[in-house]
Each structure stands twice: as C-alpha cells, then as structure tokens.
Design a protein around this ligand. Structure first.
Ligand code: BEZ
Ligand code: FE
Length: 291
C-alpha cells in the first residue's frame, strides 16, 4: 500500500506480519506496534522528541557492560519489572511474595556452611540471619538452596567494585533436612541505584530520587516448588514507600532486631552490638498454576 498517513500506517504495518508463523511473536509484536503508534498519536510526538528518545535508548545501550545492565535499570524505574514480576508470580495467600530480581545477582557465588559468613572481613554491624523454608500447607521443605546477595555498609554490591578478587556479600546457603537455614553477614543499608548514566538523568528530569530501602536478596530453589526471587526489607526504613524500583511488598518487611554485645545466635561471643533477622520462607508448589 502507498500514500500511508498517520491514520493508515498502523494497519499496514500489522498486515505485513500476517504470515508470521510464531503465534506468540505475532501477538506480542502486533500489540507492541499498536500501542507504540497510539502513544505517538496521543502525545503528538515531535521529531525532536523522537530524536531525543533514540539518543536516550542509544545511550542506555552504550552504558551496558558485563557488570552494568542499564536496560534492566530502565525497566525497573518505569515500574515495568514490577508489573512483569507481579503478573507472572501470582501466588496463593500465605506464600512468600516475589519481587524484582535487580541487576546484581551473580551465578556461582561461594557455598556457605551453616552460620558461615557471606561478608568476611567487611566492615559493618554483624548480622545473623536465620529461618525455615516451608510449603504452603506448613510442610517442611528439606534441603532448599538459597542464593543470597546484598549491598555493603556503603550501599555497594561487590560487582560494582572493580578491585575485588573474591565475592563479597553473596553466597549459596543450603537449608537442612528440617528446612532450617542460617548465615552471618553485615547489615546492608539503603542505597541509590546506579544513577550516573542515562537512567539517572531521567530520574532527575522527573524529579525522582534513586534510593532503594535496605534489603537482602534471596533466590530460593527446592525440588517440587516454584523458584522464588525476593527480598527482605527492614521495618522503619525511610524509603519503603518510595522505592525507586517499586519493589516493596508489605509482607516482605521484617524487624531487623538490634542486640547489645553478648552471645550471638551462632553461640559465639560478639564483642560489638549485633543484629538478628529470623523469618520463614513459604514456597508455592510447582504444580500450582500461574494465572
Ligand atoms: C537491587 O535491589 O539490587 C536493584 C534492583 C533494581 C535496580 C537496581 C538495583
Ligand atoms: Fe539490591
């Protein structure tokens, strides 16, 4: 078709894809084109704005590296990651809720023994984390594997530091046959998401802050149960209601309890005040439907 205009172009693009064999691809692309065209018509996108958009996306791509995923960050600050997470992880009441994955997970973290330390030799308040993994009916989930990762006392993940040789603030924990797990670390703090790139510029232009409330990341795997990717947040954190990436769920907020110096949960003597966190993780059976 020729002489396409702002009203006829959408239908013509859609009609060029009628032969697409992959039905899902056809569905996703048709909807994307329809919404993208509707968006341009609705805001009456100018050519300068179109150019700025192209420059922005180019810069997002150029900021990506093996240790920096600016596109995920963009998805996160637009609430898109939370939307996709929420609609793919609807769970029965009582299950631990999922939240955003974030860009700082690394595969092959070190294996940690019971009460082992995922942040050895790092400055910070000692933190003793423990809990149990259960199923929806209260049944013990034996031998779950928990990948945990967190920021340090200054709000940085190890992958953000160029001079580190070993993993810090991450580890793989095995729950025991009764579902019990524990480890030691330092208390993480609230931190700004990386805002020295194009995503940070957008946040500032929109008068938004880049902060995330303090949290600990978990990814839990257990045979017969759906994988769970989530965080535990700290009760009272000032950013709980304005998380830059919209990841907070009230069911994931726990009390991180401070204690004076004394006997710590692992039986050792802590000469400095320490913090404890105890919580249960409730997994959804694999057989449960995601709808
Ligand atoms: C994180 O919690 O690690 C994170 C999540 C989204 C964007 C940036 C960081
Ligand atoms: Fe994080």
């Amino acid at each position: 078709m020729q002489n396409l205009d702002e009203h006829t172009i959408t239908q013509e693009v859609l009609s060029r894809m009628t032969g697409t064999e992959d039905k899902r691809l056809h569905h996703v692309f048709s909807s994307l084109i329809q919404h993208l065209h509707d968006f341009a018509r609705e805001v009456h996108l100018t050519e300068q704005e179109w150019e700025k958009g192209i420059e922005f996306l180019t810069s997002v791509g150029q900021t990506c590296s093996p240790v920096r995923q600016e596109f995920i960050l963009l998805s996160d600050i637009l609430g898109f990651s939370t939307l996709v997470t929420a609609q793919n992880h609807r769970k029965p009441q009582g299950c631990t809720e999922a939240t955003v994955f974030g860009p700082f997970h690394v595969a092959d973290a070190p294996a940690i023994e019971p009460w082992g330390n995922i942040s050895p030799n790092m400055p910070g308040k000692p933190w003793f984390v423990s809990g149990t993994v259960r199923g929806l009916d209260g049944e013990v989930v034996p031998n779950a594997m928990l990948e945990v990762w967190q920021a340090d006392e200054e709000g940085f993940y190890d992958v953000q530091k160029s001079d580190l040789e070993a993993a810090q603030g991450r580890g793989i924990i095995r729950a025991d046959a009764q579902g019990y797990f524990n480890f030691q670390t330092i208390v993480p703090v609230a931190y700004p998401i990386p805002d020295d790139g194009p995503v940070g510029r957008v946040l500032r232009a929109l008068d938004r802050h880049p902060w995330r409330p303090a949290h600990l990341h978990f990814m839990v795997h257990a045979d017969g149960y759906q994988r769970l990717v989530t965080h535990i947040f700290k009760q009272g954190d000032e950013y709980l209601d304005s998380d830059a990436v919209f990841g907070v769920r009230s069911s994931l907020i726990e009390e991180w309890v401070m204690h004076d110096a004394g006997i710590a949960p692992d039986g050792s003597y802590s000469a400095q005040p320490f913090c404890t966190l105890n919580f249960d993780i409730v997994l959804n059976p694999s057989s449960a439907e995601v709808n």
